[in-house]
Design a protein around this ligand. Structure first.
Ligand SMILES: Cc1ncc(COP(=O)(O)O)c(C=O)c1O
Length: 386
C-alpha cells in the first residue's frame, strides 16, 4: 500500500489542532445575529378574497408578504440565509456577501446587509428591470449585470473579492427554520388552523418546502400545491421524479427554473399545476383592478390562478375548506413589464382572452377558459431568474 503524505507544512500534532484555518469571529457573529433578531420579519396580514355564492363552504386567503420591510416574502429568506451563513462560520467581517438574483432575493439581502454593515454584490441578468436594480443600489448593494449564467458569475465575484456566495437555489430549503413558531407556515396555521391547501409557485422552492415540513411536523393536514409556469423544469422533474430535467426557463419573474434546483423538495409537494403565462398575467391584472387592495406582481397571479383551480376541484368534488396563497411582491416593481400592454405583446404574452375567464370566476363562480390558447414563440434572451 502506498502512503500519500499530506501536503502541509504545518506540523502534525497527533490529530489535535486548534485550527486557524477556519477563523471563528465569535464577537462579530453574535452581534450580527442579535441585529438579525431585532430586525426579524414581521407577521403579515392575512386577507380573505370574497368568493361568489356558488363556492359556498370554500374560502380563499392571501397573505400580504409585500408588507415585509423589503417588499416581498424574500425578506424571510434573506434573514434565514444570513442566519444560516453566520452560524456556519461562512461570513467574515468586512468581506462581502454575493448573490445570484435578479429581483426580490437580492433586494431583501441588500436591505439586511446594509443594516449589518456587510458589503453586498448582486449578480443580475443584464435584462433585469431598472426598478429592481435601483432598489438594490438604494439599499447599498453593488449590482453586477451579466449576460451569461448568473450563478457561475456570482461564484467568480465571490472568489474575486474573498466573499461568500449565498446560493439561494441550494440553501433556501435548509436555511428556513420550518420547526419554529415564527415562520410563514406557523402564522398561516395560527390564523386558519384547518387550512386545506397552501398554493404557491416555486422559485427556489424553499417557501413551499418550509410550509409543507411545518405542516407535517405539527400534525396538520395542510397540503401544498405548486403552480408552475411555462418552460419551467419543476413540473416534469416532480412528475417523473427526475431531478435531471431541464427546460428553457420561465417567463414569470421569480418562479419556475430551467433546472430542478436543490432547494426544490418534490416529495413535500402534493400537487402541481401547469399555468399559461397569459393566465398568470390576466389573474394578476384582475386582482389589480379589483377593490380588494391587492396590487400584485406576476408570480402572485400564478399563485392565485393555481388557487382557483384547486377551489374548483374542491367544489366539483363537494368538499369544503380553505386555500391560502401569497401576495409575493408588489405591482410597482413591474410597471414597465407585465403591466405594460406593449411589453406583454412584444413578449408574446396574450393575456386578454383570459381576463373575462378570471373576472367571471370571481363574479359568478363560472369557469370558462378561452377556447383557443395561443402560444407565441418567446425571445430567447429574456429568461427570468430570481
Ligand atoms: C416574486 C417571487 N415570487 C415567488 C418566488 C418563489 O419563492 P421561493 O424561492 O421560496 O420558491 C420568488 C422567488 O424569488 C419571487 O421572487
Amino acid at each position: 500500500m502506498t502512503v500519500v503524505e499530506r501536503p502541509t507544512d504545518k506540523p502534525q500534532v497527533e490529530g489535535d489542532d486548534e485550527s486557524d484555518v477556519h477563523p471563528d469571529d465569535r464577537g462579530w457573529v453574535i452581534d450580527c445575529l442579535q441585529r438579525l433578531r431585532d430586525l426579524a420579519p414581521v407577521e403579515t396580514e392575512l386577507s380573505e378574497i370574497p368568493l361568489p355564492p356558488r363556492l359556498n363552504g370554500l374560502r380563499l386567503y392571501i397573505k400580504r408578504e409585500a408588507e415585509q420591510p423589503s417588499g416581498s416574502h424574500k425578506h424571510r429568506l434573506a434573514a434565514a440565509l444570513l442566519t444560516h451563513a453566520l452560524v456556519n462560520g461562512w461570513l467574515v467581517e468586512g468581506r462581502p456577501v454575493v448573490e445570484a438574483s435578479s429581483g426580490s432575493t437580492a433586494i431583501s439581502e441588500a436591505w439586511y446587509c446594509q443594516r449589518l454593515g456587510i458589503p453586498f454584490y448582486a449578480v443580475v441578468p443584464d435584462t433585469t428591470a431598472p426598478e429592481k436594480q435601483e432598489l438594490i443600489t438604494r439599499y447599498g448593494g453593488t449590482v453586477v449585470p451579466v449576460s451569461g449564467d448568473i450563478v457561475t458569475y456570482a461564484r467568480r465575484v465571490a472568489h474575486r473579492y474573498g466573499g461568500h456566495f449565498m446560493d439561494q437555489f441550494t440553501y433556501a430549503e435548509r436555511a428556513y427554520d420550518w420547526r419554529g413558531e415564527e415562520g410563514l407556515a406557523a402564522e398561516l396555521l395560527r390564523a386558519v388552523p384547518d387550512l386545506t391547501w397552501f398554493v404557491m409557485g416555486a422559485g427556489t422552492g424553499g417557501t413551499a418546502a418550509a410550509v409543507a415540513r411545518h405542516a407535517r411536523y405539527t400534525g396538520s393536514g395542510l397540503r401544498v400545491c405548486v403552480p408552475d409556469p411555462e418552460h419551467s423544469a419543476y413540473f416534469d422533474g416532480w412528475y417523473w421524479r427526475d431531478s435531471a430535467v431541464t427546460d428553457k426557463g420561465s417567463h414569470i419573474e421569480g418562479i419556475g427554473r430551467p433546472r430542478v434546483e436543490a432547494s426544490f423538495v418534490p416529495t413535500t409537494v402534493n400537487r402541481m399545476i401547469r399555468v399559461h403565462d397569459a393566465a398568470s398575467v390576466a389573474t394578476m391584472r384582475v386582482l389589480d383592478e379589483s377593490d380588494w387592495d391587492i396590487q400584485p406582481g406576476p408570480s402572485t397571479g400564478t399563485g392565485v390562478f393555481g388557487a382557483i383551480r384547486v377551489l374548483l376541484g374542491m367544489r366539483d368534488s363537494g368538499q369544503s375548506g380553505s386555500v391560502a396563497t401569497l401576495l409575493c411582491d408588489p405591482a410597482e416593481r413591474y410597471t414597465d413589464e407585465y403591466y405594460d400592454d406593449d411589453w406583454c405583446h412584444r413578449q408574446g404574452i396574450v393575456f386578454q382572452p383570459w381576463m373575462p375567464t378570471i373576472r367571471d370566476f370571481f363574479r359568478t363562480g363560472e369557469w370558462s377558459p378561452p377556447e383557443t390558447v395561443t402560444t407565441v414563440p418567446r425571445p430567447l434572451n429574456s429568461l427570468w431568474n430570481m
